[in-house]
Design a binder for this molecule. Structure first.
Ligand code: ATP
Length: 343
């Protein structure tokens, strides 16, 4: 049995994951692919992670009618952070002679493998299948491979790398569906549709359980000490955006129109660096007022960062992305106000 293992936060599982798994299953002649939602991933903030039971259930719903896909709950059952190397070693210890594992990871994850626990040991337990993510070329991936696994050499087609006594590393090209879980969460939190990005059953589950949309402002365990009104909070946040040279700052009053939040603030920056810098400074300065975000999305990519302050949601875009998502158009019925620097 050749078994593919597809790990990840899967918060939520989407068609990008499923389609890549399907193509690896077909391309490498696997018998099964098992999805493994992570328990508590070491590199993600646990407070902003959807509880394991929901992520697990969504995977279950996504794969339930597909014979060659399955879901494993091992990482949710183990306490503490989930490290892939521990999961693989655990699975390999229960392996029968005829089974072989293929651990599937995106090139984005592979390029950061150095930061994982004992990355070089992964190939003691499973073949690594690296799939292309977004428009990244294989050049960087090849560079990472050289640095981390210098003993590996390329086979004839240049896509399978092997080393004596170790499992193979395989670069496998899949159809690029530019879908990310971060984008799905941001769309949900902005009242936008995510249909056809996730399986219909997963969408239904999200809707039934209010996943990624709920206003967390009433969470009593959150450190935010903000006791004022949401409109005062919106004023403070928009001032911060102006201070950080945010462009075309708009406040939308969605009270009565949305169950998601009271105010949406939109602004853009002139570069990814600017957008990331704004988000960082605003967070830091608001903390001084005892105001902490309930969630942050998209900081790494930096072209759309959502800072969730509960009753106020701040969207910082790169200008073309602001036009693409057109939140102002989506909320065209909401009273809006352009905020400008006081002379
Ligand atoms: P997030 O946006 O929260 O980081 P994600 O969409 O990248 O989430 P993960 O659960 O972090 O999803 O990813 C699990 C694995 O799936 C990783 O190896 C990742 O590279 C890969 N992956 C994620 N999205 C895609 C996609 N659209 N196509 C191919 N692989 C993907």
């Amino acid at each position: 049995m050749r078994i593919g293992l597809f790990g990840g936060t899967l918060d939520p599982i989407h068609l990008g994951h499923l389609r890549s798994a399907e193509e690896v299953w077909e391309g490498l002649g696997l018998h099964q692919v098992w999805f493994i939602p992570s328990g508590s991933p070491p590199h993600k903030d646990p407070s902003t992670l959807t509880p394991f039971k929901h992520r697990f259930k969504m995977v279950q719903l996504a794969v339930q009618h597909i014979d060659h896909f399955d879901v494993l709950g091992v990482e949710g059952e183990r306490p503490g952070p989930s490290y892939s190397v521990d999961t693989l070693s655990y699975l390999a210890s229960s392996l029968s002679e005829e089974q072989e594992f293929f651990f599937i990871i995106g090139s984005d994850a592979f390029n950061e493998l150095k930061t994982w626990k004992e990355p070089r040991h992964l190939v003691d337990f499973a073949n690594l299948v690296v799939i292309n993510r977004n428009k990244q070329s294989w050049d960087q991936t090849q560079q990472v491979l050289k640095e981390l696994f210098p003993e590996y050499s390329a086979g004839k087609n240049g896509r399978i790398f092997s080393a004596s006594g170790k499992k193979n590393i395989i670069f496998h090209e899949v159809t690029n569906l530019e879908i990310s879980a971060t984008d799905i969460r941001k769309r949900r939190r902005s009242n936008m549709s995510v249909r056809f990005l996730v399986p219909e059953k997963v969408l239904q589950y999200m809707e039934e359980h209010d996943l990624y949309v709920k206003n967390p402002a009433s969470d009593p365990t959150h450190p935010s000490k903000w006791k004022g009104t949401s409109s005062e909070l919106a004023a403070i946040i928009s001032d911060e955006v102006l201070k950080n040279k945010g462009e075309k700052v708009i406040i939308l009053d969605v009270q009565g129109l949305s169950s998601v939040t009271d105010f949406i603030i939109i602004a853009h920056g002139y570069s990814v660096r600017h957008v990331q810098g704004m988000a960082e400074n605003i967070r830091r300065d608001l903390k001084k007022h005892g105001i902490y975000p309930y969630g942050i999305e998209g900081e790494k990519e930096g072209n759309w960062i959502l800072l969730d302050y509960g009753d106020v949601i701040l969207h910082l875009f790169l200008e073309p992305l602001r036009e693409f998502y057109d939140l102002e158009g989506l909320w065209s019925e909401a009273p809006s106000r352009i905020v400008e620097d006081k002379p």
